[in-house]
Write a new protein. Structure first.
Length: 351
């Protein structure tokens, strides 16, 4: 049974210079898109009571609250379900949701302008306080470290401001220059190197841990009870719906991606590209890969029960090779902080 759903709303006022997400700077088809999206939901959603619903983008907060409520009203929910809306700080709408995820990136106005963000640091502070006044306590801020001209001190100052605002959840992402982004074509100068980014990451762990945040995943930190239940569903390798152009879903051992081009999606929202069926062997690899992203690590008893694999024996060579990067937990194995810094290298050994 599927208990989680993601909805993609691709519209943006402008494209950030580091962004490669499926987004469009054109509002021409926005009303048609919302009607097409509702058609897809009505056709594909099977009526389960959802535990989480996540509006991502793009910039979902460009859509009016009434339009969002029309979409939310198509679903049934468990009591206390987590409903998340991604918001930009310059958008002032208040939504009938219980979790906000806001792309802050930094409070430094010069850097914000340099990376193509439309907001400033003061707007982030104002937006957070507005949502808090409206009764939304569960607010997450996204930050990027390793931005052009960003120093360690600047990054740490950003985190301290977030702490002072009473933020309950923080996501941290090192800047990656990816193909298709503006920065890929026009590489900025003064980007902190990998060693400095690693120091920023380690410094962030120290600051946040001293201020009540628990690191529950490589990039995510939260006060107890404010972990993202929607993202945890991904990391636990569970099924989920994907609605909207370019959205991915995972149902009945099949992964699919909706048409990413909005014109094709509008023509047929039910046209999906399916991967080959996820075999038991591949699902095991994903169980390990995703499990290592979480600080609670891998549950070796679950792996034994579901896949009939003795993890300690099957992967003894990897555990030995990277022994200084693992630690034993009550349920299995997890990466230590140094292991998180080279997590991609370690994870590739299991695939």
């Amino acid at each position: 049974m599927i208990k989680n759903a993601y909805i993609h709303l691709p519209f943006c006022k402008s494209k950030c210079k580091y962004c490669t997400f499926n987004s469009i700077v054109n509002f021409k088809h926005i009303d048609t898109y919302l009607e097409t999206l509702k058609t897809q939901i009505k056709t594909c959603y099977r009526g389960e009571k959802l535990n989480t619903l996540y509006f991502g983008g793009g910039t979902p907060s460009l859509i009016s609250p009434n339009k969002i409520n029309e979409i939310t009203g198509l679903f049934e929910f468990e009591k206390g379900a987590e409903i998340t809306m991604e918001c930009n700080p310059e958008d002032n709408n208040i939504y009938d949701v219980n979790r906000i995820s806001m792309g802050c990136q930094t409070f430094n106005n010069d850097i914000l302008k340099n990376i193509g963000r439309r907001h400033n640091g003061e707007q982030v502070i104002k937006a957070v306080k507005t949502f808090q006044s409206a009764g939304v306590e569960n607010i997450s801020l996204d930050f990027i470290y390793g931005l052009p001209n960003q120093t360690e001190e600047m990054f740490y100052d950003d985190l301290k401001k977030a702490v002072d605002l009473g933020i309950k959840h923080i996501s941290l992402y090192g800047l990656k220059i990816e193909h298709g982004s503006y920065f890929y074509k026009f590489l900025p100068s003064n980007i902190p190197d990998n060693d400095i980014q690693a120091d920023m990451y380690l410094g962030a762990i120290d600051i946040l841990s001293k201020n009540g945040f628990n690191q529950y995943e490589i990039s995510n930190f939260a006060h107890f009870g404010y972990e993202s239940r929607h993202n945890l569903n991904y990391w636990k390798n569970n099924y989920y719906y994907g609605f909207g152009c370019g959205a991915s879903g995972y149902e009945q051992s099949l992964r699919y991606t909706n048409q990413s081009l909005i014109q094709k999606y509008l023509q047929n929202p039910l046209d999906r590209e399916f991967e080959e069926k996820i075999t038991k062997e591949l699902r095991l690899e994903e169980e390990i890969f995703l499990g290592l992203r979480k600080t609670e690590g891998i549950d070796i008893q679950k792996i034994k029960k579901e896949y009939n694999v003795d993890f300690d024996i099957e992967y003894s060579s990897v555990l030995k090779k990277y022994s200084k990067y693992f630690y034993k937990t009550p349920h299995g194995w997890a990466l230590n902080v140094d292991g998180m810094l080279i997590s991609n290298e370690i994870m590739s050994e299991f695939v």
